[in-house]
Design a protein around this ligand. Structure first.
Ligand SMILES: Nc1nc2c(c(=O)[nH]1)N[C@H]1C(S)=C(S)[C@@H](COP(=O)(O)OP(=O)(O)OC[C@H]3O[C@@H](n4cnc5c(=O)[nH]c(N)nc54)[C@H](O)[C@@H]3O)O[C@H]1N2
Ligand SMILES: Nc1nc2c(c(=O)[nH]1)N[C@H]1C(S)=C(S)[C@@H](COP(=O)(O)OP(=O)(O)OC[C@H]3O[C@@H](n4cnc5c(=O)[nH]c(N)nc54)[C@H](O)[C@@H]3O)O[C@H]1N2
Ligand code: SF4
Ligand SMILES: [Mo]
Length: 717
């Protein structure tokens, strides 16, 4: 008999984690829709959700381990794969030490509870100082700012967009990205509602984005100049007597230091470097301070630039000083069902700055991780301490890290590489062994990391939608086996194999802020309780959490961490009214852009995600195009200090004059990958010309504002 089954899960592709309804019959997916009964996402989904079926059925998706041989990829069993990994890693660790093995963790790790719960064990077992992740390609500046100001690297303030009347977005495009460090499914509707209730939305971005089109006002800003812009707004608050932190002042310190530190940043002085008029900067600061409920939020664009950490810090300061912190409608802290902030604090993992340095460039770690920008050189540079082996879990650093060609070269030369991935990608093609996990429809899913950034407190858990076949393994089963194989103590090996993420989840839910604890008979969250609510458990709107939520020693917010103030002082010298000089060699600034139908590098193998037009284009303003006699469709060569790529131009006034943009995650032309659909829409990788030497104070990659030059290619070139 064939029966149709309805399943409800939270889509784990991006941070919105929308509720979706999947109908199956005999392990076949019939339909994927938005779950209208989900109180948080209310039926909203984006087109990527419907591509889940294509990815599930994708013939290129790996279902068994592979070994690379001179004759090509060979299918092997799990035991054989793990035996070989154990032998090779043991030999390398024995000969060169534990630090010869590096670990790279990619973005999808944060979307799966199994990975989040088990990766820590592998890190401990490997005992290597060489830990890298996509955090240093993304939100590391925010983590550093939160650690320095609030005492915990994961204590993120989140815009309370459902109640705000004034939303200023700097360097974020939630209408396309779904929202980041702001879990707000259906964010477009949420933004529209701000304007419907007579609120105001302001977007500051070198591109006129989809989000900008929803806003009341959009300002172009010169890439990388946000620090000057935000500092000038803070300056204005002080100058005009608008600095009124309110309740939060009682548990803050450093107000007078901040006032002093931003003194030189007058709106008049920063106007030329930012491209925003002084009167507009003053007006924005006044409007912001004057709105009863307002929040200023910076995202990827304010992180992936040379002053990422300082900008992120001053954005938080701006909110605090204007009295918008920890207030409904302002910048607030969630009370997550699974409190990773609290639990990691108990384990002493609140984050720290610079306990060790990389061998080649002397870059410091943050919270035990080195910048991903340093990984390639640590592999390539010979000598004591060289990385000889790499385990990459759910990452594609050849396309995602700056100077991807250098990363490509490094992975070609590495002695041994293991990739935990579904696909033979630009990165995993270099692995000696690929271990493919089950698809997320085949395992349970719990909302976990994204709860730290929810605009509402919610909890959700779902059982697997489809049965996995016996010979496949879940992410966490792979991680626990890798952990066991890295340990020498036989008892610890047995313990490592106890892969019961549900037990840990139940514990975390019970002993979290909404949990039932051991009172099995009382109300409060437990795994069972959450499991029985297929559309998610609503735990209410965000509530004020300060000062209790602070993790600093004195339970005070440090508005002026010494590290940041010192770094800002150095920049103060560069504040001048004269316009910035572009170099004569590289006269444009390159930025990136996200696209609705992509998810970093890993959605291009779904046929439904490709339209008729090429999406991997260089956006260039008509003024800059005209100077070079460029037209849409012409091929251009884009060169930076690192290299050159060639792609199609798209002239548009949606990009600021002097700026060009290329989406990331493309470049599927490399030989040896097995991504049939993606290879026929290859595009080029922006990261072939971004520079691994451009990093910010935290070690984060500065993808934005790379100086480039463009030249029209003659036909036939
Ligand atoms: N120039 C430029 N570069 C950027 C960015 C930018 O804006 N501009 N953005 C940066 C940002 S924000 C990020 S987060 C990084 C992302 O950097 P990465 O994490 O390195 O890249 P992804 O493309 O997300 O790669 C994810 C990989 O995980 C695999 N995968 C998917 N699901 C699973 C699973 O369940 N298990 C396992 N084991 N693997 C899985 C996919 O097949 C894919 O190969 O890129 C960064 N790079
Ligand atoms: N569809 C889709 N959704 C995604 C992803 C995806 O690849 N595709 N990736 C996911 C990931 S890993 C992340 S981290 C999030 C990111 O989420 P967002 O931060 O919302 O996404 P981006 O579109 O990268 O937004 C960055 C914006 O900053 C602007 N920008 C660039 N440089 C500067 C600058 O110097 N100053 C200012 N003010 N702005 C600048 C860009 O023009 C862009 O509009 O999206 C997630 N969601
Ligand atoms: S917005 Fe993100 S979470 Fe929602 S359906 Fe699209 S990919 Fe999934
Ligand atoms: Mo990201």
């Amino acid at each position: 008999m064939t029966t149709e089954k309805k399943h409800y899960i939270n889509c784990p592709i991006c941070e919105a984690e929308c509720g979706i309804e999947i109908i199956t019959r005999n392990e076949e997916i019939l339909s994927i829709k938005g779950d209208k009964q989900n109180g948080f996402s209310k039926g909203f989904i984006c087109p990527k959700a419907t591509a889940i079926k294509e990815l599930y059925n994708d013939p290129d998706r790996l279902r068994h381990p592979l070994r690379r041989t001179p004759k090509g990829w060979e299918k092997i069993g799990w035991k054989e794969a793990f035996d070989e990994i154990e032998n090779r890693l043991q030999a390398i660790r024995g000969r060169y030490g534990n630090d010869a093995v590096a670990l790279f963790l990619g973005n999808p790790n944060v979307h799966y509870h199994g990975n989040l719960l088990y990766i820590g064990f592998l890190l401990k077992a490997l005992k290597t100082k060489h830990r890298y992740s996509s955090s240093s390609l993304d939100q590391l500046p925010l983590m550093m700012a939160c650690q320095q100001m609030f005492g915990h690297q994961l204590l993120f303030p989140v815009p309370d967009i459902d109640r705000t009347d004034y939303f200023m977005i700097i360097g974020g495009n939630p209408a396309i990205s779904g929202g980041s460090i702001m879990t707000a499914p259906g964010v477009v509707h949420r933004i529209k509602k701000i304007r419907k209730r007579n609120g105001k939305v302001v977007v500051v971005d070198p591109a006129y984005t989809k989000t900008a089109s929803l806003a009341d006002t959009h300002f172009f800003i010169r890439p990388g100049a946000d620090l000057f812009f935000v500092a000038a707004m803070v300056h204005t608050l002080f100058e005009e007597g608008l600095a009124r932190p309110g309740r939060v002042e009682a548990y803050s310190k450093g107000l007078s230091t901040i006032k002093e530190a931003v003194k030189a940043f007058t709106p008049e002085k920063v106007s030329s470097v930012t491209g925003i008029k002084a009167e507009d900067i003053r007006r924005l600061a006044r409007e912001f301070a004057g709105a009863e409920k307002a929040v200023c939020y910076g995202r990827l664009g304010t992180c992936v630039q040379e002053y990422g950490t300082l900008t992120t810090w001053l954005i938080i300061v701006f909110n605090i000083i204007a009295g918008k912190m920890d207030q409904p409608g302002g910048f607030m802290f969630p009370t997550p069902a699974i409190d990773l902030v609290g639990f990691t604090a108990l384990a002493g993992e609140k984050g720290w700055v610079g306990r060790k340095r990389t061998r080649v460039s002397g870059l410091t770690d943050f919270g035990g991780e080195f910048p991903a920008s340093a990984l390639a050189e640590e592999i390539l540079t010979e000598g004591e301490g060289q990385i000889k082996a790499l385990i990459s879990v759910a990452g594609n650093p050849v396309l995602s890290a700056p100077n991807g060609r250098l990363m490509d070269k490094a992975l070609t030369q590495i002695d041994f590489m293991v990739a935990v991935d579904w696909y033979i990608t630009e990165s995993s093609r270099h692995a000696h062994i690929i271990l493919p996990p089950t698809h997320f429809l085949e395992h349970s899913n719990a909302m976990m990391m994204v709860n730290l950034a929810g605009v509402r407190n919610v909890a959700a858990y779902s059982k697997p939608v489809l049965k996995k076949s016996k010979e496949t393994r879940h992410n966490w089963e792979i991680l626990s086996e890798l952990t066991a194989r890295s340990l020498s103590n036989p008892l610890l090996r047995i313990a490592a194999r106890l892969d019961r993420p549900e037990l840990i989840l139940d514990f975390l839910l019970r002993f979290g802020p909404h949990g039932s604890g051991l009172r099995f008979w009382r109300s409060g969250l437990s795994l069972n309780k959450v499991r029985n609510e297929p559309h998610g458990v609503d735990l209410g709107p965000l509530v004020p959490r300060l000062p209790e939520r602070l993790f600093t020693k004195e339970k005070r917010i440090d508005l002026a961490p010494e590290l940041f103030v010192k770094a800002l002082r150095k920049i103060t010298k560069n504040v001048s009214e004269s316009p910035p000089k572009e170099s004569s060699e590289f006269d444009l600034l390159l930025i990136g852009r996200r696209q609705l139908m992509s998810s970093n590098s890993w959605f291009h193998n779904a046929p439904g995600m490709h339209g008729k037009t090429n999406r991997c284009t260089l956006m260039v303003n008509p003024m800059d195009a005209e100077k070079r006699e460029l037209h849409t469709g012409d091929r251009v060569q884009v060169s930076s200090a690192v290299g050159a790529i060639s792609l199609e131009a798209e002239t548009t006034d949606r990009i600021m004059p002097g700026v060009v943009s290329i989406p990331h995650g493309w470049g599927h032309h490399r030989s040896g990958i097995r991504l049939g659909v993606a290879s026929s829409h290859p595009g080029v990788s922006i990261n072939d010309i971004t520079d691994n030497r451009r990093i910010d104070l935290s070690g984060n990659a500065a993808f934005s504002g790379v100086p480039v030059r463009i030249e029209k290619e003659s036909k036939g070139e």
